[in-house]
Design a protein around this ligand. Sequence first.
Ligand SMILES: Cc1cc2nc3c(=O)[nH]c(=O)nc-3n(C[C@H](O)[C@H](O)[C@H](O)COP(=O)(O)OP(=O)(O)OC[C@H]3O[C@@H](n4cnc5c(N)ncnc54)[C@H](O)[C@@H]3O)c2cc1C
Ligand code: SF4
Length: 488
Amino acid sequence: MRTEFDVVVVGSGAGGGVVASELAQRGRDVLLLEAGPHLTAADFVRWEAKATHDFWWPLRLAPLTGGEALAFLGGRCVGGTTTINTKVALRAHERDVAKWHAATGLTSDGTTPFAAPDLDPYYDRVEAVLGVRERRDWQKSVHTVEPGFRSLGAELEPVRSYTDANCMSCGSCLQGCSTNAGKSTMNTYIHDACAAGLLELRAHATVERVVIEDAAGGMRATGVEYVDGDGARVAVDARVVVVAGGALNTPQLLVRSGLGGSGHASPSTAAIGRHLGVHPVRLVYGLFDEPQDAHMVYPITAHCMDHQHDEDGGFVIEATTIQDPIAFATTLCDEQGPLWGTRLVEAVRSFRRWVGLLAMANDDNNAAVVVEEDGGERFDVEFTAADLERIESGLRFSREVLEAAGATQVYWSALASTHVQGTCRMGDDPAQSVVDRNGESHDVKRLFVGDASLVPRTLSVNPSLTIMALATRLAEHLDADPAGYLAA
Ligand SMILES: Cc1cc2nc3c(=O)[nH]c(=O)nc-3n(C[C@H](O)[C@H](O)[C@H](O)COP(=O)(O)OP(=O)(O)OC[C@H]3O[C@@H](n4cnc5c(N)ncnc54)[C@H](O)[C@@H]3O)c2cc1C
Ligand code: SF4
């Protein structure tokens, strides 16, 4: 087994899958390591409990003031969270990207503030690889709620998504797509590169630390150590290390490798794990008289962007879906808290008649990932007053839409986070960021971050397209090799 590569990439999700494949397809010698299993369309069935057990990260919770908790959801498999996500493909709004320069001094070239057009060529490439298209195939449940939006003067529009024409609207995206109509980094970027013999992929490979040498020229990454599926410890040398374990895992891996925490301290390592944006989301459910079958749809064909910006409310509504039975029943709430007893039984009995709107609120990146002294992980989430107002406004608006559309009962789910971002953010100011504008650590040469951790301020839309665009940009930078790291 080979133990020397030009580039080792840790994590195969939206970020890592793209960096690894883009570099391999440019002829670079790349090893892609993934903690979870390598499952493909042939393995995916609609079995909620099995999917969450086999290829989701075990549920992680952050306590909230008031006794509630925020649940973090994510994939732990080849393709990462793109294997279990709903494939909505949106570019970041220019006003969201403008916040990045303000947050971390991020520039495109050392002087010009980074702006949305800097991402355009990378979005173009990602959209072409994934075959992004518009979804106008609205099902009954979308048509049920549309008059509710209109009566409030709001508009539902078709979303764009990375699903091809073979999507059979089965509603099983969160358990993996069994037709490959839903594109993940696995069934696009990674398989393309592996099938051509260009990329070495190792699943069940959990990286425990990046190996960092303190040499005469300063600190530099020289490889990683991982534990394989049999429990064996393997060391791999590489000229460049890209960490892309997702915004909850990447900062932990850096701390466990000796940066931040009680390890090497500097302004930029002190920022590791801070500024976590959770983009809080909840489903708001309305009960209708007729069956709606909102579990048998492509989950998000439409969205309402009227309140996207902070001054307009700061939330986006996606329509329509309903969680599968376990998640539906275990997260239902109303003003009195979680549903129990007869009311819960009645709600689940009416499963086919519920329609869910997904209400996502902008946030101020006020949360944190912490590695505790005993090595355990902790997530501190304290919403600002503005965050809470946006979350509440999204719930209130969704409720009004559902009631205007004829819902006779409204419940909602507990809060969740599916779009974590910002824990190793990029910027030109080392006091405000962990990595520079090219994704390289301010402190450790040859160490790069390539996932959602990079995003300096939470986006108001689903982030995966932006993470993939940033990953494409990183691959281009690494391949151009201005520092000579990959020179023979
Ligand atoms: C239910 C759900 C629905 C979503 N729907 C959408 C959507 O419709 N549109 C959208 O844009 N976004 C969506 N998202 C979010 C999107 O999928 C994520 O933002 C994106 O995948 C994050 O990319 P990433 O590379 O940062 O992390 P991930 O995609 O999570 O990938 C990280 C990978 O690294 C691996 N890893 C972590 N630590 C290690 C380690 N130490 N060693 C080896 N491997 C490791 C993990 O197992 C994982 O596979 C959704 C998310 C969820 C949970
Ligand atoms: S709804 Fe479409 S994309 Fe989602 S799992 Fe079913 S076929 Fe795949």
